[in-house]
Design a protein around this ligand. Structure first.
Ligand code: FAD
Length: 395
């Protein structure tokens, strides 16, 4: 048998497995029975309650769960299906679980010691601890190597001082994964960063909620760390290896962002479909107007292509194959095209789309927000081009 190309070649079976289909049904049930009836209240309170996490934890959907003494990581395909389905109704609830799972929990689970797994990941897997990932700073976002937060060793404790910005879930988070410079003299700043896990109530930490216009009702915060002392055992993974851990976290996270963004697009498309069938215009309905039908056709292609791209990336990851290029393609396509699709869907609603009570207006904003994290579009294009020489040879 020929060796499959590193980036995956062609898939021939486009069906989800029976288990994945059953999982999808379960997630739809959760969205209808738990999120839908509570969502208005969460929006009014501008907060996601602890029960959300506990319900997800009960189902084993918070990235990992324990089976006896063994840790089980949920396959990326299932996680992606979940982010997609939840985001279809509520991109805010989607980003909340995505950011906890793929950012906050992912790094300490993947590289953390047994102590870290037992103390933070085990309760997090039950929804009893929410964990945020804090990399971005007021002066460093896309340029991860430029972070300024400093950690200095004092005896057997690290003393951390810095500022973190735009941190999802941090208002309610129990613990934060924080990136900091531990070797300011490293010849390359990428070899001088380390990740730490820190309880939110550690002296010296201040978390301030930020008012925002995207991904409601998830929270966003600014974090101040002033001489926060943490023992060495709270280092995640390799000392001075934090940059690589952050990059690897973002790489697999891209599949999740792509999935939640395609869920966002589908949510808008579904509302547009319902609206077009209902809306009477020129003695017919919007749906019956030929040019509108053409537009629906175009939007269906975007929704289908975006879903195929993220599912291919998830499949590659679950099968131990190189998924980096596929993840960037999925993320870039989803975030660029979802902006177009959601704006079109909002516009189709005419004036009614601008009313606060009409949730269609949230989708374009939420699709726009998806583009920023885990690498801006320009970064994705550069990453994709890195694999181009090898990729083109498979055709
Ligand atoms: C709602 C929301 C939630 C977030 N949640 C988190 C979180 O939980 N944890 C966390 O650490 N961060 C989080 N972030 C931060 C997010 O990851 C950053 O906003 C992102 O990395 C971009 O950084 P920046 O905002 O500093 O923008 P910049 O880095 O200043 O980028 C601005 C623009 O510059 C352009 N650009 C960037 N790189 C290149 C390039 N290589 N070539 C050409 N142009 C380029 C892009 O157009 C980009 O949009 C969140 C942000 C938002 C808006």
């Amino acid at each position: 048998m020929a060796t499959p190309p590193a980036q995956g070649g062609f898939l021939v079976d486009f069906d989800l497995t029976d288990d994945e289909m059953a999982f999808d049904e379960e997630v739809r049930g959760f969205v209808d029975d738990f999120i839908r009836p509570n969502l208005a209240q969460w929006h009014n309170e501008r907060a996601i309650p602890r029960e959300y996490w506990q319900e997800l934890g009960k189902r084993g959907w918070l990235l990992v769960h324990k089976d006896g003494d063994d840790w089980v990581e949920r396959p990326m395909m299932e996680l992606a299906i979940m982010y997609d389905r939840i985001s279809e109704l509520s991109p805010g609830a989607g980003i909340a679980v995505f950011a906890n799972n793929q950012l906050g929990v992912y790094a300490p689970y993947t590289w953390g010691s047994e102590h870290i797994r037992n103390r933070w990941i085990e309760p997090a897997s039950r929804g009893e601890k929410v964990i945020s990932f804090c990399n971005t700073e007021p002066s460093a976002g896309s340029d991860v190597k430029a972070i300024q937060t400093q950690a200095k060793l004092d005896g057997d404790e690290w003393v951390i001082t810095g500022r973190k910005m735009y941190i999802t879930n941090a208002v309610e988070a129990d613990a934060l994964v924080v990136s900091a410079v531990t070797d300011p003299l490293a010849d390359d700043p990428r070899h001088g960063q380390t990740l730490f896990i820190i309880d939110s109530d550690t002296p010296g930490m201040k978390v301030r909620g930020l008012k925002k216009i995207v991904w409601e009702p998830a929270s966003l915060a600014f974090i101040q760390l002033d001489n926060v002392r943490v023992p060495e055992e709270q280092v995640i993974g390799d000392l001075h290896g934090g940059f690589d851990h952050t990059m690897a976290t973002f790489t697999s996270g891209r599949i999740g962002v792509a999935a939640m963004t395609m869920g966002t697009a589908t949510g808008a498309l579904r509302l547009a479909h319902q609206r077009a069938k209902r809306r009477k215009i020129y003695g017919t309905t919007l749906w019956e107007i030929r040019t509108k039908r053409h537009e629906f056709g175009d939007m269906a292609i975007i929704a289908e292509a975006g879903r195929l791209l993220y599912r291919k990336a998830a499949w590659l990851r679950d099968n131990g194959r190189d998924f980096k290029m596929a993840a960037s393609m999925a993320k870039l396509y989803a975030t660029e095209k979802a902006k177009e699709l959601t704006m079109w869907a909002a516009y189709l609603h005419g004036g009614s789309g601008v009313l606060e009570e009409n949730r269609i207006h949230r989708y374009p904003l939420d699709a726009w927000a998806s583009a920023m994290g885990e690498g801006a579009p320009e970064v994705q294009r550069l990453l994709i081009a890195r694999f181009f020489d090898e990729w083109i040879e498979q055709f």
